[in-house]
Design a protein around this ligand. Structure first.
Ligand code: ZN
Length: 286
């Protein structure tokens, strides 16, 4: 049996099952302070009859360097109480099992690539909601450099009808997250993207920024697919606008262009927890 945790800033999703595609029990708990939340997660998992390994896909930033003394930590998050939290160490020790650890978005990218049948091409997973995060799998493996990618913090070219908005990222102002996350949309127009009238210019502005991120991924790492999840991505018509705009931005140049796809998650909201199950499976084999 495998245990899995999708550790998010507002909730933890817990699951157990014999394989990533067979979750037989799941449970969701609200994210509070680390001591309370991690103890409750460990207690529920321990009560499921024991598992051979645990996989955690976590909100970040996290330390993924196996040589680092802080491997498995959530590091410098602004989320109160969670900075320097040894999430993987605590849970692995509490359950006494090998533990796989990665970002929530790398876990989701792993699961989406498997759901697509694996294979060639690579895949990026963007989540667009309260923040913007990105995971990347190339050659079957999540991409880590000296740390994990933070694709939400690239700087897109400003849309000509969106010059005056300063952006809301505390670090960068008008990075992608500062311009196209849910709170950035509310900061400009007072409502969420799905609440704006269909003819509101906000739809084209947000689609343009997300399309620029997709084009950057196609151009820089040549993935075949960009899968887009998260609350903002549920706005009717948004993914279609993004795909159309990304084709315009490419202008027929990129060699893989005809095969590029920008799609919703095949696994819906299960991408993250399924990916965490895959991290557990890999930890069990390691
Ligand atoms: Zn930023």
């Amino acid at each position: 049996m495998l245990g899995a945790i999708e550790a998010g800033g507002t909730k933890f999703v817990l699951a157990v099952g014999p394989s990533p595609d067979r979750i037989i029990a799941r449970h969701t708990i609200p994210t509070r302070d680390p001591a309370t939340t991690l103890a409750e997660a460990a207690e529920w998992l321990a009560g499921q009859g024991g598992c051979a390994a645990l996989g955690i896909g976590s909100f970040g930033p996290v330390d993924l360097d196996p040589r680092s003394p802080r491997f498995g930590f959530i590091t410098n998050t602004p989320k109160p109480g969670w900075a320097d939290c040894d999430i993987a160490g605590y849970l692995g020790q509490a359950l006494g099992v090998p533990t796989g650890f990665d970002t929530d978005v790398n876990a989701a990218a792993l699961a989406e690539l498997a759901a697509a049948g694996g294979g060639e091409g690579g895949l990026a997973y963007l989540t667009i909601g309260t923040g913007i995060g990105g995971g990347l799998v190339i050659g079957g493996k999540p991409v880590h450099g000296i740390a994990h990618p933070e694709m939400g913090h690239i700087y897109p070219r400003r849309h000509r009808d969106d010059i005056d908005f300063a952006g809301i990222c505390p670090a960068h102002g008008d990075c992608l997250e500062g311009l196209a996350s849910g709170p950035a949309i509310i900061a400009r127009w007072g409502v969420s993207l799905s609440q704006l009238p269909a003819d509101h210019p906000g739809h084209a502005i947000i689609a343009d920024y997300i399309a620029q991120a997709c084009h950057t991924l196609f151009a820089s790492v040549a993935v075949k697919e960009v899968v887009i999840g998260g609350g903002v991505a549920n706005t009717p018509g948004l993914i279609e606008r993004v795909a159309h705009r990304a084709r315009e931005l490419d202008a027929g140049y990129l060699p893989g262009g005809a095969r590029h796809a920008i799609i919703r998650p095949r696994l819906g909201s299960d991408a993250g927890i399924t990916g965490a199950m895959m991290l557990a499976e890999a930890a069990a084999k390691a």
